[in-house]
Ligand binder design. Sequence first.
Ligand SMILES: Nc1nc2c(ncn2[C@@H]2O[C@H](COP(=O)(O)OP(=O)(O)OP(=O)(O)O)[C@@H](O)[C@H]2O)c(=O)[nH]1
Ligand SMILES: [Mg+2]
Length: 281
Amino acid sequence: MSEKTKAVEEVILKAKPESAEIIRVLTQQGLAASFRQYWVEWKRHTVLVLGFSGAGKTSMLRSTFGIVEPEEDLGKPTGDVRLYMLRPGKTTFRVSDTPGHPILRRRLDKEIARLVRGDYQGVIDVVAYGYNESKHLSSLVKEADPESLARYKNEYQPVSSTGQVNARYVRRERELELAYLKSWARRVGRQSKLKWVITVVNKADLWRKHRAEALDHYQGNGEYAAVFKEEFPDIPHDVCPLSCSTDGFYNLRPPSPGPKFEAWRREMSEALVSKLHSRLS
Ligand SMILES: Nc1nc2c(ncn2[C@@H]2O[C@H](COP(=O)(O)OP(=O)(O)OP(=O)(O)O)[C@@H](O)[C@H]2O)c(=O)[nH]1
Ligand SMILES: [Mg+2]
């Protein structure tokens, strides 16, 4: 990357998102000409990352695309929409990471309005076959009465006291995943300028024993695929499995996955980057 391009990126990332402000700052710094070239790609190649809290949106951007998160976000659910400029190969693109936590849903409104207007070319929709690892439930029950707390412990505790993944938790999170898709898809509507959607089925390290079943859910005649088709009958849709990390699930730490699985993880990550390139070009 040339020094000028680097400087342009720095200004864009620091400036307010309004283009007039960006151009004013760039002109002041004598970078307007380099910016014009950059602008063409920047304007066209725009991606919005959506998905329920704990599915792994930020982890995907970190591990597959190399973003560096702001310090205040580290190890926490994303608190606000975050803009990153990425260059995995020749194409530059702008990506917005979003908070999936239900309490922060209002922060999404502006981005959904932008999506409807056509400011985003595509969406990367991150799901995890219900293996969402998030703080959302604990914050929802913080002020709950003892009865609902007991119900929460029985039904929604992700990992049981005997060290098993709680099937009811995963099923419920899958329902939340579907509800999340419906809620943004209905707001976007069929008339939007959205050009494509890639559904990233993250956490393959956790669902790999149910691989066929998990992938069926998101493509072909699966339940998620059916909702997608109903909401977006004409939008090209790809489904890409991924495993961003092998840290396990909450406090459950799995045995090391071995070289075959590591090769599969690499392959999945490369396939996602290549799919994105083909959609952006
Ligand atoms: N086992 C496993 N854990 C993962 C994977 N990807 C992410 N995680 C874990 O899932 C948790 C949530 O990941 P985040 O990337 O913060 O999820 P997010 O979708 O950005 O969540 P919000 O910012 O709240 O919307 C973290 O503890 C990650 O380490 C994966 O592929 N496998
Ligand atoms: Mg996040």
